[in-house]
Structures are given as C-alpha cells and as structure tokens.
Write a protein that binds this ligand. Structure first.
Ligand code: ADP
Length: 268
C-alpha cells in the first residue's frame, strides 16, 4: 500500500477530547505493550472520539469498522474479486490495518457473529499474525498495529455476547457518561451553546438516565445532548430542539414520551 493510500487513514487535526479519568495514560501504556484494548460503555459516550484522539496523539492511521450481524470474516480479512483481468485479492480493513500499522477500531464487535469474531484471535496474542487462508498468506502484523474494540454491556443477552476466549484477550476501559460538570463542558464546546444551556441539557439527561430499566432501554447519550445543543445554537427553540433530539429518538412509548417531555419542560 502506498504512502498516499495510508494517508487517507490519518487523523490530520487534533480531535477535541475531554479526558474523564486516567484513560489517556492507561491507553498509552496498553499501546506501548501492544495489549489489545476493549472500550466498554453505552452508545454516544465518547468511545469513538477517544480512539480518534489517541490515533492522532500516537501518530497512527485509524481504520474503523462498524460491525453488524451480517458481517462475515471476509468482510474483515478480505476476498478475491473478479475484474477484467481475472481474479484479484483485496485486503479487508483488518488486514490493511495489520499491514500498515494502523489502529483498527472494531465498533460494536459483539454485533458480529462469533465465527467472525474469532478471526481476530491470532492478532491479539503473541503471534500477532493474521492467516489469509484463501490466499495462502500469513500476515505478520506491523509492529505499530493495535486492535481496539468497543462493547456496549447494556445490549448483551445470553445469545449475543463475546466469548470468554475473546474477552480475555483484551484489557478493558470502562466508559460512561462523564460527571455533570465535565459533560456540560463537552456539550457547550461541541454544540456551541453557553454554559447555562449546556447545564440544563445535562440535567435533563440525568433525569432520563434514571429511567433506564424502567421503560427506557438506554439513557440520553452525550451525543444526543450535543445534537440538542447544535439545534439550539442554530436558533431553534430549546423545547423543540430537545423534543427532536432527546425524546423522539429514544422511545415510541406515549407515556414515556410524556414523562420525558415533562422533564424538558422543567428546564426550558
Ligand atoms: P461512542 O463511540 O461512545 O458511541 P462518540 O465517541 O461518537 O460515542 O461520542 C459521541 C459524541 O459525544 C462525540 O461526537 C462528541 O461530540 C461527544 N463526546 C462524548 N464524550 C466526549 C469527550 N470526553 N470529549 C469530547 N467529546 C465527547
């Protein structure tokens, strides 16, 4: 792969990331030890942003794969394609990352079927290899290659979980919504609203998060708060902005919507 091709995976500008605890230091140490890392936490709490930030800080290209249940091992590793000249092998994103020494981020890896997930095993232990069986090649990972996966413990059921043999190949960092003051700082920065508005949005989220497990599957994420703030910054009335971003996406249950609308009305 040419330098130019690698260039497309580089993070050129420093992403805004507000550290929440000791995650920067821990990730750095894990990277230095080439220990694969699992980021655990609900959707929209900053996991992807954190990986982007670390890729920038470490000067590594970043290849992100959004995993889904239809994904096959070939989607990660690669496959033969037919073109005018016959068949041609095309590396998948995991293989590319292993070759060029990128950070490979498998987002929501639990969505992938277990037979897909096991292809990462040889890359996560001392072997640091990736067998391309169809091609008859054993790829030795570049020394800078690093594997990161994300995992939302809230969604897991007995049917859908990572195997212990997969889990126990990773060091894990817990992510959750940051404490109120920090989250408000993030919302103000990302959404372009004043501190007072950001505070109110965070208060609404706190109320909604208490409803998790009592009619809501998941609380309002930091991402949704940033959405609400962005609409307010564009001049939309706060109540309407909150309805669109904090209430409607979350639930279709009329009672729950009303409860959330009331929470919004307390603040705006
Ligand atoms: P996840 O990968 O956990 O689903 P993201 O990383 O995409 O979530 O975060 C969603 C949004 O929340 C980001 O786009 C960013 O605006 C904001 N965000 C959350 N936490 C932070 C943080 N600690 N620093 C900066 N931005 C954050």
């Amino acid at each position: 792969m040419s330098e130019q091709d690698i260039e497309q995976y580089r993070v050129h500008e420093a992403p805004y990331y507000r550290p929440v605890g000791d995650e920067l230091e821990l990730y750095r140490a894990a990277y230095d030890a080439r220990m694969p890392v699992m980021l655990k936490g609900p959707t929209g709490c900053g996991k992807s942003r954190f990986v982007e930030y670390m890729a920038y800080e470490l000067g590594r290209p970043l290849i992100t794969v959004a995993c889904n249940e239809d994904m096959t091992a070939a989607d990660l590793i690669g496959r033969y394609l037919l073109d005018a000249d016959g068949t041609r092998w095309q590396d998948g994103p995991l293989t590319t990352a292993a070759r060029i020494g990128a950070i490979c981020y498998l987002d929501e890896v639990v969505e992938a079927r277990q037979d897909t997930t096991v292809v990462i095993h040889p890359l996560t232990d001392h072997r640091r290899t990736l067998p391309l069986e169809k091609k008859g090649e054993l790829v030795h990972a570049h020394q800078d290659f690093h594997l990161v996966i994300s995992y939302n413990p809230g969604y897991q059921s007995l049917l859908k979980d990572l195997k212990q043999s997969t889990k126990q190949r990773f060091g894990a960092l817990d992510f959750s919504y940051p404490e109120a003051a920090v989250e408000a700082e993030v919302v103000a920065h990302e959404g372009g609203v004043d501190a007072q508005t950001a505070d109110k949005l965070v208060q609404i989220a706190h109320r909604a998060r208490n409803l998790k497990g009592h009619g809501l599957d998941e609380g309002i994420s930091t991402r949704l708060l940033v959405y609400a703030a962005s609409l307010i910054a564009k001049g939309i009335a706060p109540a309407a902005a909150c309805t669109m971003t904090l209430v409607r996406p979350l639930t279709d249950d009329p009672d729950m919507r009303e409860t959330l609308d009331q929470a919004v009305a307390t603040y705006f």
